[in-house]
Design a binder for this molecule. Structure first.
Ligand code: URA
Length: 314
């Protein structure tokens, strides 16, 4: 969604940002850089990370003093050893604070809602639900993600529309919410940069299916949006990140628990996903199916889920 008459465009996160040692590797004076092996070892060996440890790691990621290998090693240590709710909450807050917090006019405060999905094949619900909620008078400042593992990303689907720009500044987002009622944008150097970097790193280090990393990734984006309510679609089954319903339930509990810790009103729906949602899979085809659904047609399973999650967002 291009915004008219707005100032300097925001900066997307470049593919190598934070993955190749940032800007030429860590200068000796950079705080945190030398400590990273200690933190990685602590988590690798099953220890807990303090709030300060986690803040240090996230600063090093965003400042570029953490090398790609160190980021990958920490992600794998977290994937293998897990994190308790307190660590997950600290990680979520550190990631959310890595960029700007969105501020909205006071008159919008009860209208700000959003939905997020843990991801599944053919899941195009956000493309339909964001404008549908806007049509009901809500404001939906959705920060979304790209493809992760074998699941497709909402941002990639939108970019199959020629000229569609998913990188928008906070000012541009406000213009879009005033004019349209919703926007779907990606992480950038201004918006949750830590998630932009860790998200891309997880995708290439076999660390996507980590409960604390998914929780922090989703809720860090939502924490900066200034929401009054959030619904999360937690998927399980062969076409989702977690095939197993029990794992998905554990994830739903973590999302609601950490959300409450952050002062977010979160509802989580567990939805089965053994088959792709709707009939179409593939970015352009999914956008086409979303448009059909917005026109009042589209496959019944997709329409049902959109309606169910829409009721949960209010
Ligand atoms: N959506 C996200 O934003 N992050 C994840 O890790 C999974 C789904």
């Amino acid at each position: 969604m291009a915004a008219p008459g707005t100032p300097a465009p925001p900066t997307p996160i470049a593919p190598g940002d934070g993955l190749l040692g940032g800007r030429g590797g860590p200068p000796d004076s950079m705080p945190g850089a030398k400590q990273l092996p200690v933190l990685i070892r602590r988590k690798r060996d099953g220890g807990r990370l303090s709030e300060e440890d986690i803040k240090g790691f996230i600063s090093a990621v965003v400042e570029g003093s953490a090398q790609g290998a160190q980021i990958g090693a920490m992600l794998m240590a977290i994937r293998l050893q897990g994190m308790d709710l307190e660590e997950t909450s600290a990680l979520t807050q550190a990631m959310a604070r890595s960029g700007e917090q969105l501020q909205w006019p006071a008159a919008w405060h009860q209208q700000l809602v959003d939905k997020h999905s843990t991801g599944g094949v053919g899941d195009k619900v956000s493309l339909i639900l964001a404008p549908a909620l806007a049509a009901c008078g809500c404001k939906v400042p959705m920060i979304s993600g790209r493809g992760l593992g074998h699941t497709g990303g909402t941002l990639d689907k939108l970019e199959s529309i020629p000229g569609f720009n998913v990188i928008q500044s906070p000012q541009q987002m406000q213009v879009l919410l005033e004019q349209v009622g919703c926007c779907i944008v990606g992480q950038s150097k201004e918006l949750v940069p830590a998630d932009g970097i860790l998200y891309a790193a997880r995708d290439v280090t076999a660390t996507v299916d980590s409960l604390p990393l998914i929780t922090a990734s989703i809720l860090s984006k939502k924490a900066v949006e200034g929401l009054s309510a959030l619904v999360i679609d937690v998927k399980f089954g062969g076409a989702a990140v977690f095939p197993d319903q029990e794992k998905a339930r554990e994830l739903a509990r973590a999302l609601v628990g950490v959300g409450a810790d952050l002062g977010l009103r979160v509802a989580a729906a567990l939805t089965a996903m053994d088959n792709p949602l709707g009939r179409n899979v593939g970015h352009t085809l999914e956008v086409e199916e979303a448009l059909l659904c917005l026109d009042g047609t589209g496959p019944p399973d997709l329409r049902d889920l959109v309606t169910r999650l829409g009721k949960g967002s209010g």
